[in-house]
Design a protein around this ligand. Structure first.
Ligand SMILES: [Zn+2]
Length: 455
């Protein structure tokens, strides 16, 4: 592995230059005018992977944008690792806020700036360059490796499940590595071991058939806005717990060792609060901020509307009101089950004189990695060797539904080994990639393959 490390050091600049070439292609999956760029983007990656001695490289068409597949399967008797990434990027607007154009990548302050540099082209290249470094120094990879790079992550991975099903044999592996997340902080190698799921509903409250004169009718019929406000206000108790019956039934409690591990992270609570602009933290009693945003379920009203919203005064009993409500879920909560419980709750607490309807908008299942599997120790060792620091376990409060898709479809342990930084502006103007992280990420991936080869 020493000569691999040296190769990575000696080719540091070229690895950046090659990433720059790929980032120039505007692979915006959400914009139909970029469909040709999506195809060109997939071709570009496939051509680079072909140069690395892959046994097979293919472009898999889908009902939407194509995915790139490659495999190196010559390490007889060794484990197989499936690496997931995506080659599409987010839209770039507002364009005027970019310091340099999003598809003319430039290097400033040790950072590469451009759309997709960290989400996720840089992270895909981390694996490609790790493969190159091993293949060029020792001829063959120490493991069998398969790589799938989809083109629709930024638009919801609508065809990923079908791809995984149709190509189940080619995507079969012992372990999965997803590189599309951020580290806990600068220089802290982090494996993400948990993601929250989501249930999103819209509540409609209907009263009179049309807006009524509040003088003639006020006091005589229930006001839907009053009713809905009362229903929403009752969703939490004084301890910040959700009052929906059965909401916590399937929540896996945090183990003592998980709590100790989360408490050991260098979390800057004051800085975190400052970044929100809120005057004080809030949340479920008995839990720390990180526990609340990573490992506890939540319920939030994301928007509420109804009645007269215009200039000045208008005296009415509105006909209707509605609210959007989202819940972040943790294992083993299920989106459908929570949606049903929400609907039952709203029906129960609605005051007489209104009709209530709850629509389920969308959902995603939470994810918790099986961290007692030995591959997590192996990944920690590889990550720490590259960064020279202990590797930490972290979670993400957000939802990445495709991780659950991959984990469920493959049935294998999934390593979320991300090389991003929390403040790299993924999805925003001025996306950047820390070039030191890119360099150390390539080493981490090479060491990961090496360590898995010894399992
Ligand atoms: Zn991504």
């Amino acid at each position: 592995m020493d000569d691999v490390g040296a190769y990575i050091d000696n080719n540091r600049q070229r690895f950046v230059d090659e990433l720059v070439e790929w980032v120039r292609i505007p692979s915006i999956s959400s914009d139909p005018t970029h469909a040709k760029d999506m195809a060109r983007n997939a071709e570009h990656l496939a051509a680079r992977l072909r140069e690395l001695g892959a046994g097979q490289v293919a472009i898999w068409p889908t009902a939407g944008h194509p995915a790139v597949f490659a495999e190196w399967m010559r390490a007889t008797g060794k484990p197989t690792l499936l690496v997931y990434g995506h080659h599409d990027v987010q839209p770039v607007d507002p364009l005027g806020e970019w310091t340099t154009p999003p598809f003319e990548p430039s290097v400033r302050e040790g950072r590469l700036w451009g759309r997709g540099v960290v989400d996720d082209k840089g992270q895909v290249y981390i694996h490609a360059k790790a493969i190159e470094s091993i293949v060029r120094t020792s001829g063959e990879l120490p493991i069998n490796l398969r790589m799938i790079v989809e083109g629709e992550e930024e638009i919801g991975s609508a065809n990923l499940d079908a791809l995984m099903r149709d190509h189940a044999r080619e995507l079969d592996a012992d372990f999965v590595c997803v590189s599309d997340t951020a580290m806990f902080g600068r220089g802290i190698p982090s494996l993400c071991v948990g993601l929250r799921g989501l249930t999103y509903v819209e509540v409609h409250v209907d009263g009179p058939a049309f807006d009524l004169h509040s003088g003639s009718f006020g006091g005589g019929v229930m006001n839907p806005v009053n009713a809905l406000a009362q229903m929403i206000a009752g969703l939490h108790d004084a301890d910040g717990r959700v009052t929906v019956a059965g909401f916590y039934d399937h929540v896996l409690p945090l183990k003592d060792e998980d709590r100790a591990q989360i408490a050991s992270l260098p979390f800057d609570g004051a800085g975190w609060l400052r970044s929100t602009g809120s005057p004080a933290p809030w949340g479920e009693k008995g839990y720390s901020t990180l526990e609340r945003v990573w490992a506890r379920p939540t319920l939030d009203c994301c928007g509420i509307g109804g009645g007269f919203q215009g200039e000045g005064a208008k005296t009415i009993i509105p006909a209707r009101a509605s609210a959007k409500v989202s819940c972040r879920l943790v294992p083993d909560q299920e989106p459908d089950d929570i949606a049903r419980k929400l609907a039952a709750h709203f029906a129960r607490v609605a005051p007489p004189g209104v009709r209530v309807r709850v629509d389920f908008l969308h959902g995603g299942r939470p994810y918790l990695a099986p961290t007692d599997h030995p591959v997590f120790e192996v990944a920690k060792r590889a990550f720490s060797k590259a960064f020279g620091k202990p590797t930490v376990f972290m979670r993400e409060g957000g939802s990445i539904p495709f991780v659950r898709t991959i984990a469920d479809r493959s049935g294998k342990p999934c390593l979320l080994m991300g090389f991003g930084q929390p403040d790299e502006n993924a999805h925003a103007p001025n996306e950047w990639l820390d070039l030191e992280n890119y360099h150390l990420g390539i080493k981490s991936a090479a060491y990961l393959y090496d360590e898995i080869g010894k399992m």
